[in-house]
Design a protein around this ligand. Structure first.
Ligand SMILES: [Zn+2]
Length: 325
């Protein structure tokens, strides 16, 4: 990159770092952060006197956020970080260290039905030397229009008999418990892969009219494939559930740790069983048409700390390899 273009890019980056920071008292500090960030990028140094007292930098490389978006949050510190507590839209955000511990990262999600507006990511960072630093970043969630989709399925999936109704409610409770749980350790390594390589038939977030009645929005993406097509684990993790569910049919849920789950629904066959550890790319099942479907496909979903987010974000957001453990 030529010198002038490089400077322009750095200036844009500095503006990005400032965007979203709020609070009058913080403004001077935030300007310092931006200036420091530019100086670090330009010359690889930090102004004297700032090294020990510089606040922990919060970086969110995402564009403007909308419901259903996955976001990556990065912390940069001059001193190694020992522990982080953080929350965002009523979710606990779980950070993990990279490299020497001065850089930490986390995934967070804006749920598919989150209200647009200003939301705060707030928390505390404990440095290894015992000092604590508050962190705060405001993020604007912009409204997003999702297309409406009308589908026709067997009527038993729309007008439930008492037995199916009780079953669907029980399975809903079971899934809710899963989304609220988290394994302490990160089990995935970047990047994620698509579980089947095929075209998308139904996009994420579509508002659904099923047999003429409004139903929950589409919480995943549908990947078209013929029955029997192998489904591959999008990343390494532990099989948390492999079970026939009323709506989702034969469904596999992989726990990737730190509150991140991927869901594979409507399988014709499941090759993985609960408790198994799977590697990225390992065949866990086969595409099918079980549960509430219009034809064979893989419904692929993603939850992060309970939020329903677009699983395709996993394959784009974390495309670059990291230096993590
Ligand atoms: Zn689907």
């Amino acid at each position: 990159m030529r010198g002038r273009e490089r400077l322009k890019a750095l200036a844009r980056r500095s503006v990005r770092l400032r965007l979203g920071d709020v609070g009058g008292g913080d403004r001077v500090l935030n300007n310092w952060r931006s200036i420091t960030a530019v100086l670090v990028l330009l010359f690889g140094w930090v102004p004297l006197g700032l090294s020990s007292e510089t606040p922990v930098l919060v970086e969110i490389p995402s564009k403007a956020l909308a419901p259903g978006d996955l976001l990556q949050v990065r912390l940069h510190s001059r001193s190694p970080i020992g522990r982080v507590e953080c929350s965002f839209i009523e979710q606990k955000v779980r950070f993990y260290p990279l490299g020497d511990g001065s850089r930490w990262e986390a995934l967070a999600g804006v749920d598919l039905e989150s209200k647009p507006g200003l939301h705060s990511l707030t928390g505390t960072v404990w440095l290894s030397d015992g000092r604590s630093k508050p962190i705060r970043k405001s993020l604007r969630v912009v409204p997003k229009e999702f297309p409406t989709q009308r589908i026709r399925v067997r009527q038993k999936f729309v007008t439930l008999n008492p037995r199916d109704s009780e079953r669907a409610a029980r399975e809903h409770r079971e899934l809710t418990e899963i989304w609220q749980s988290a394994t302490d350790r990160r089990l995935w390594t970047d990047p994620f892969i698509r579980p089947v390589s095929s075209r998308l038939t139904s996009g994420f977030g579509r508002r659904r009219i099923v047999n003429g009645e409004p139903r929950s929005p589409h919480s995943g993406v549908d990947l078209k494939a013929t029955t029997g097509t192998p489904i591959r684990a999008a990343n390494s993790g532990r099989v948390l559930l492999a079970k026939d569910l009323f709506y989702a049919g034969q469904t596999i849920i992989l726990d990737h740790g730190l509150g991140l789950y991927t869901v594979y629904a409507h399988c014709s066959k499941m090759h993985a069983k609960p408790g198994d550890h799977v590697e990225q790319g390992e065949i866990i099942g086969e595409v099918g048409a079980t549960g509430r479907v219009t034809g064979p496909h893989l419904h692929w979903g993603c939850r992060v700390n309970g939020a329903r987010v677009n699983p395709l974000d996993l394959t784009t957001l974390m495309a670059a390899p990291d230096a993590g453990p």
